[in-house]
Design a protein around this ligand. Structure first.
Ligand code: TYM
Length: 332
């Protein structure tokens, strides 16, 4: 069976982009693949984190996976740091990764900003750890939002570099799965900016834990333009905010962008926003309520993570041992 690996960093609030770009697609795929969903706490440490918050967020992301419909029996859910083989494989792969490949990563450039010399080695090496996450399980498919595409290309390059160096067809080249009408959800206040955990501007982001009134208010306040909604997809050209809201509607109703455009063709934004708000409140309200219920029972969440880590280790350790043998590390 083909295997999926994907993950989310436990930093800040999970938002609609994480849900539509990643989690919702995982739920749809979980019956067709052998699935491993990780809470990548080691990746979170590439930027400073408050230890108490990090633990709480790790449980909250776990709760989000389950509340959104990931079945913890069918799928493996665990936190990255519980399986030490991730960091070990990251070192072995790092030794095969040319600096030139890492220098091309746009997310590092964005996150490091102008203070490049002060950025941590972890932030720079982050895509190598991500490659290790995937390759450790010989995952064949990786469902993510569009912003992870470049990191996945690097993971494929690293897998190829390992296979070539040792003349063996060991790691499959993982396929990105970037699909649906909302692979890149934009800020509700600025159609040119990605919806992100780090955006502090008011009303830019819908959080998965927002209550119904807050979700509806943020949609009502979302930036639009003065024209009615277009008659065709071509009419979305140059209308980033309209395209974003229609994409969100389409993804939440499992429709294509073309279908959403057809449905609201020529209508005004206020009517459309009322329908979008009702749809979003219905879906996110249920998930948010379930998340709150799960987070209130940390013992249950920790049990899921413990069991998940055991199951993850059972796949990871034999693969790591094979890599050790291939690379010539003596296991006396
Ligand atoms: P992270 O935590 O930034 O984001 C988690 C997932 O959410 C998607 N996403 C979005 N999708 C659509 N629109 C948006 N505005 C939006 N913002 C975020 C991301 O594409 C991602 O799928 N490096 C990864 C975590 C990771 C990983 C892995 C993923 C570590 N190891 C192995 C896959 C496989 C990250 O920081 O995602």
């Amino acid at each position: 069976m083909n295997r999926i690996f994907s993950g989310i960093q436990p930093t800040g609030n999970l938002h609609l982009g994480n849900y539509l770009g990643a989690i919702r697609n995982w739920v749809a795929l979980q019956r067709e693949y052998d699935c491993i969903f990780c809470i990548v706490d080691l990746h979170a440490l590439t930027l400073p984190q408050d230890p108490k918050e990090l633990r709480a967020q790790t449980r909250e992301v776990t709760a989000a996976y389950i509340a959104a419909g990931i079945d913890p029996e069918a799928c493996i859910i665990f936190n990255q740091s519980a399986v030490a083989a991730h960091t070990e494989l990251a070192w072995l792969l790092g030794c095969l990764t040319p600096l030139g490949w890492l220098n091309r990563m746009t997310q590092f450039k964005e996150k490091a900003g102008k203070q490049r010399d002060n950025a941590g080695l972890g932030l720079y090496a982050y895509p190598v750890l991500m490659a290790a996450d995937i390759l450790l399980y010989k995952a064949t498919h990786v469902p993510v939002g569009e912003d992870q595409k470049q990191h996945l290309e690097l993971a494929r390059d690293i897998a190829g570099a390992f296979n070539r160096r040792y003349g063996i067809d060991f790691f499959p080249l993982p396929e990105p799965q970037i699909f649906g009408a909302a692979t890149r959800v934009m800020s509700l206040r600025d159609g040119a900016k990605k919806m992100s955990k780090s955006d502090t501007s008011d009303y830019s982001r819908i959080n998965m834990t927002d209550d119904a009134d807050t979700v509806a208010l943020k949609i009502r306040k979302a930036k639009t333009d003065p024209h009615p909604l277009p008659e065709s997809e071509a009419g979305l050209e140059g209308r980033a905010e309209a395209a974003n809201l229609l994409g969100i509607y389409a993804a939440l109703s499992d429709a294509s962008l073309a279908e959403a455009v057809r449905r609201f063709a020529g209508r005004n934004f206020s009517e459309f926003k009322e329908e979008l708000a009702a749809l979003a409140v219905g879906i996110l309200g249920r998930i948010g309520g379930e998340m709150r219920r799960l987070v209130a029972d940390p013992g249950y969440i920790d049990g899921i993570l413990r069991r998940g880590a055991e199951r993850a280790r059972a796949i990871a350790l034999p693969n790591l041992r094979e890599v050790q043998d291939i690379t010539g590390l003596l296991r006396a």
